[in-house]
Each structure stands twice: as C-alpha cells, then as structure tokens.
Design a protein around this ligand. Structure first.
Ligand SMILES: C[S@@+](CC[C@H](N)C(=O)[O-])C[C@H]1O[C@@H](n2cnc3c(N)ncnc32)[C@H](O)[C@@H]1O
Length: 192
C-alpha cells in the first residue's frame, strides 16, 4: 500500500513522465517476463520500473548469474525501489542515456529489455530516441518487450506507436490480452 501511495503521489506531481495512476498487475508482470524470455537471459535491463511491479517478477525468474539493471528517472521511485529490493542494481537515470549507463556498468549488449515506459505520454521525438537506444544496445537475437493498454489501439497515438515499433524491429508480435490489469493490456514482443 505504501508503494501504491508513493506511485500515485509521483503521478500527480508529474503525470507526463509517470504516465499511469497505479502500478501494473502481477498478471501483466508475468506476461512481460514470459514474453521477454527472462529465464534464458544473461543480461536484463528494465526501463521505468516505478515501484517494481515487473522488477519483483524478474528477480523471481532470472537465473542467479544473470546481470539485471533497472533504470528509473524519478528520484523518489528509484530510492524507494532500491530500499525495497536492495539486491537489484537500480540506476537513477534516464533511458536516454542507456549506452553510457551500460558502458559504466561494464555491460555489452543486452539479451532482453522490459519496458514499463509510458510511451503514449511521450512526444514522437522522445519515442524515437528511446527506441533507438533500445535497438542499438540489444543483442542480435535479443528481445524488447513493452506493454500497451487495450483501449490505446483505438487511438491514433497508440496505432502510430504500433506502426513505429513494427518499422523499428524485424519481428514484432502481440501477446493475448491480459484482462487482469487495470486497464486491460497486452505485450509487444520485438526482436531485431
Ligand atoms: C507507467 S510507470 C510504470 C511503472 C512499472 N513498470 C509498472 O508497470 O507498474 C512508468 C515509469 O517510467 C519512468 N520513466 C519515465 N520516463 C523515463 C525515462 N526516460 N527513463 C527512465 N524511467 C522513466 C517513470 O518515472 C515511471 O516510474
């Protein structure tokens, strides 16, 4: 409950950057982790972990020797997450600096990226920059997964984003709808 209140408070302070009023559900977290192939991954990066809805599932499923980095721009959420999950390397930074962060951490290319970023709240230019960073740092058969709300498919911005990732990645697939999430959502699984 404490983390949910913190999430809502940060949303009210900065709705455009946080992008949702509540964290994702455990069902969506399981679907994200499954689609990303976390079980097989040796290097894992999470974009925008917030209060750790996906982070906890990644920790549960990643193999012990996997390297895992969570990149969160909001200082309050990054601090709370680091306190709650001390074993996770939480970087208080923006995904725009992904290349530099990986270099600093001594990580080369990444096997999977799980994004919790609120794409619909971002400008086209910011979406392009962030997707370019993701693509550039993904291993050749690496996976990039991100979620979208079902109703977004009816909106021009949601459809534009779907076209954008299809252009950016060689293969993009959509998961079945995860109804146990508010609002219902699905996962895009993309490969270079
Ligand atoms: C919609 S919330 C999702 C949180 C969590 N993954 C979930 O699904 O419950 C989006 C998160 O992305 C973070 N964020 C937004 N822009 C970011 C950026 N450029 N770099 C890193 N994190 C960012 C926000 O601060 C927020 O915590």
């Amino acid at each position: 409950m404490k983390t949910q209140i913190a999430f809502l408070r940060e949303f009210l302070r900065n709705p455009g950057a946080v992008g949702a009023i509540a964290p994702s559900s455990p069902s969506l977290a399981r679907e994200m982790v499954r689609q990303a192939g976390v079980l097989q991954a040796r290097t894992i990066v999470e974009f925008g972990p917030g209060t750790g809805a996906f982070t906890r599932e990644i920790v549960k499923q990643a193999v012990p020797e996997a390297r895992f980095l969570a990149i969160e721009r909001n200082p309050t959420l990054a601090r709370i997450l680091q306190q709650e999950l001390p074993s996770v390397r939480v970087c208080h930074d923006s995904v725009e600096n992904l290349g530099a962060i990986l270099h600093r951490e001594g990580i080369g290319q990444v096997d999977c990226i799980l994004s919790g970023l609120p794409w619909a709240a971002f400008s086209e230019q910011l979406q392009d920059r962030l997707l370019e960073e993701a693509c550039r740092n993904l291993a050749p058969r690496g996976r990039f997964v991100t979620f979208a709300y079902l109703q977004g498919l009816l909106l021009p911005a949601g459809r534009r984003f779907a076209r954008k990732i299809r252009r950016k990645f060689a293969h993009t697939e959509k998961s079945p709808v995860v109804w146990r999430n508010l609002p219902p959502a699905f996962v895009y699984r993309c490969q270079r």
